[in-house]
Design a protein around this ligand. Structure first.
Ligand code: FDA
Length: 413
């Protein structure tokens, strides 16, 4: 029988970070992962350069049934703390759009940093290794290396490398997105085993799809990107972003759509302003007084010309002849055009699912977790990272939650 103070299941962002901190606090730590490689999601994140945090993080950048839950952990381990660690390891980085920090060279630098931190804490790692069963022994166990001297709980883990006895178990197995690189529902199954409720998992930060026939006129715009205002939700609960949108063959993607997808409820519309920051009505009525250009050409000064052309071709459905010069169009028609471009309301039929989702919304219900330590109401069983019902915006927030929840947990073991 192997013996450890704590076993962490999942060698991803949260698991590795928590392991390094816990090991350096003096605990005997084992990390188990069923994959051969560690931290595959860090490796592929940010186009291979990992958007590892955001300089500006608050609980408002996260979705959860309890919007205040993440506050405590986020304030105890901040972006500045993680940036300090990155600098200590001499990893060069730069700021991109809206406070997002990326490695200059490669996400591999970040993985090497996490592994070095684990090595400094004497963390043992078993990979590939599968956990077959976790059993609660309910008998307190005295652990010499624990800073608290005694763990209130004790577990036996059956793995394909033998049985393990430990004082605490940390589940850091992430969510369901990108199954082909090792995502599983393991964390949710463990929660169910110990009667811990889940907020139904759903794909988040995910492209949206539309009915094939309804989308046909726009499918030709695939690859086109433009800045938009995008919103969803009824007035009081509405959420809005100004970000880029990308047309795809099946629907919409790009940062703005990924952000709004986390807030989108099935069967409800999204609203788009395709020419944000422009008073389209005013622009078109001024153009009417001075220009003899075709309406599509006039529009092409405000939105990409491919979009202007497609929009004008769609004009027939609105009952107007958009091929005419702008000075021949009626005010009513130009106002209708402005209205359609600045308030395009459309209802997605679905999402591209876990295959394309950057994260999983929902997860282990925070009602049964301590916001201070991430311990569940099942003594000695902790959940950290994406498996918890805390989902960050696009822009480095999900990694910051992985670091912050891992840190809070390590200090609560
Ligand atoms: P993570 O998924 O990192 O790790 C879980 C680990 O558990 C994996 O190693 C897995 O193999 C293991 N595991 C799963 N099931 C298991 C089982 N049954 N037994 C044993 N081990 C098991 N975020 C961000 O802030 N900035 C970014 O740039 C990006 N970019 C990005 C790109 C893409 C393509 C994706 C898919 C995601 C992102 N993200 C992101 C999100 C970010 O990657 C994610 O939120 C964190 O990796 C979550 O960290 P966790 O440690 O919770 O899970």
């Amino acid at each position: 029988m192997h013996s450890f103070d704590v076993v962490i299941v999942g060698a991803g962002a949260a698991g590795l970070f928590c392991a390094g901190v816990a090991g350096q606090l003096g605990l005997k730590v084992l990390v188990i992962d069923h994959s051969e490689k560690v931290a595959e999601k860090i490796r592929i994140s940010g186009g291979g350069r990992s958007n590892f945090t955001n300089v500006d993080v608050t609980a408002a950048n996260f979705l959860s049934e309890n919007p205040r839950f993440a506050k405590s952990a986020l304030s105890r381990y901040t972006p500045a703390d993680f940036i300090g660690l990155v600098k200590k390891h001499n990893i060069a980085f730069h700021e991109k759009h809206k406070g997002q920090l990326f490695c200059d060279r490669s996400a591999e630098d970040l993985i090497a940093m996490l592994l070095a931190e684990c090595a400094a804490g004497g963390v043992e790692r078993w990979q590939p290794c599968s956990v077959k069963n976790i059993r609660f022994l309910a008998k307190p166990q005295v652990l010499a290396s624990s800073p608290h001297g005694q763990c209130a709980s004790s577990y036996e883990i059956e793995s394909d490398r033998g049985a393990i006895h430990c004082g605490a178990v940390v589940i850091a197995t992430g969510g369901l997105s990108i199954p082909k690189i090792g995502a599983t529902d393991f964390g949710y199954r463990v929660a169910k085993q110990f009667d811990l409720p889940l907020v139904t998992p759903r794909p988040a930060l995910v492209p949206l799809t539309f009915d094939e026939a309804a989308w046909a006129p726009f499918a030709q715009l695939s690859g086109l990107s433009l800045p938009v205002d995008i919103a969803t939700g009824a007035k009081k609960a509405s959420m809005a972003f100004r970000e880029d949108l990308l047309f795809t063959h099946r629907g919409l993607s790009g940062p703005g759509v990924l952000q709004i997808s986390s807030y989108w409820a099935e069967g409800t519309p999204i609203r788009l302003n395709l020419a944000p920051g422009t008073d389209l009505s005013k622009h078109l009525s001024e153009a009417k007084a001075t220009s003899r250009k075709r309406i599509a050409n006039e529009l092409a000064g405000l939105v990409p010309s491919r979009l202007a052309d497609t929009w004008v071709e769609q004009g027939a459905t609105w009952g107007h002849d958009w091929q005419r010069p702008v000075n021949e169009a009626s005010d009513k028609a130009l106002n209708a055009l402005a209205e359609h471009l600045s308030r395009w309301e459309l209802t997605p039929t679905g999402t591209e699912g876990y295959r394309k989702a950057e994260v999983t919304g929902g997860g282990v219900d925070t009602k049964v977790l301590s916001s201070q330590t991430l311990e569940s109401r099942q003594p000695g069983l902790f959940f950290i990272g994406e498996v918890v019902d805390v989902t960050g915006w696009l822009g480095g927030y999900n990694f910051q939650w992985a670091w912050a929840s891992g840190y809070a947990c390590a200090h609560g073991l």
